[in-house]
Write a protein that binds this ligand. Structure first.
Ligand code: ZN
Length: 255
């Protein structure tokens, strides 16, 4: 029954298309929206509609899931794949939204092999089999304020791109061996700088936890504050530009 209902809702949503009020919402609340080209906006609408229609959406703690919430998350996730194949989030099944930051207590692990009992505030989470978990207040705040280098949707969905090849090792699927070799050389050098405390303003300390977090943090910076990343880590900016097939610094400079 559940599968049938989901299928019917999916078809209804796809048929209705990207609603004009969703466009108004993005104009008002998504800082990057006005910086996108017409072609990018059109593609983003197609990709975001697909995410809204196709994924299982759940709200936690009696929180009510509204179109607004799904659209804001889907639009930011879609930014990452404007230059990638349409089905790049095929490994995202469920998106779980909490109203606000919640604190995990008891034994838990955010980083593989590292279990902690310390209370840990969670802004977002992505793993292989569970849902992508996001907190609505952070999602909204990040969307409204581009240029900080922080964006929880970019971060968690970058993890899912990394996981497409079966491992969360900081290397998403790449075109060929040459691109892979260049990626590893550049990312290893930048990662070592972060671990040594020299990530600069664009690569925050958390990126030094492991290569998976490095890729997620670098992706946040690449899309959210590209000029800073380009200035501080031009080689890293270059490999991310080649992977994502986008040059976000042009967008920011034009905007
Ligand atoms: Zn992470």
């Amino acid at each position: 029954m559940f599968g049938f209902r989901h299928q019917r809702m999916r078809e209804e949503r796809l048929e209705a298309g990207f609603l004009p009020e969703w466009r108004d919402l993005l104009t008002e609340r998504f800082g990057f929206w006005s910086m996108l080209s017409d072609a990018d906006r059109a593609r983003l609408e197609v990709l975001a509609l697909d995410i809204v229609a196709d994924k299982h959406w759940e709200a936690a703690h009696g929180f009510e899931l509204r179109d607004e919430i799904m659209v804001m998350i889907a639009a930011q996730a879609a930014m990452l794949i404007l230059g990638l194949p349409d089905d790049s989030f095929r490994n995202v099944h469920t998106i779980l939204v909490h109203p606000t930051t919640h604190v995990v207590t008891g034994p838990h692990s955010q980083v593989q092999g590292l279990v902690s009992d310390e209370p840990m505030p969670i802004l977002g989470l992505a793993d292989f089999n569970g849902p992508v978990l996001l907190t609505w207040d952070t999602v909204l705040d990040d969307a409204r304020h581009p240029g900080t280098g922080h964006n929880v949707v970019f971060h968690e969905f970058a993890h899912k791109l990394d996981m497409l090849d079966g491992t969360a090792d900081g290397t998403p699927p790449l075109a060929d061996q040459a691109q892979f070799d260049h990626w590893v050389a550049v990312c290893t050098a930048a990662y070592d700088r972060v671990v040594a405390g020299n990530g600069g303003r664009s690569l925050r300390e958390y990126g030094g936890v492991n290569p998976g977090e490095f890729f997620a943090v670098a992706t946040e910076s690449f899309f959210d504050d590209p000029a800073e990343l380009l200035a501080e880590h031009p080689d890293l900016y270059g490999v991310l530009r080649d992977f994502y097939r986008q040059d976000p610094v042009l967008r920011v400079r034009a905007g």
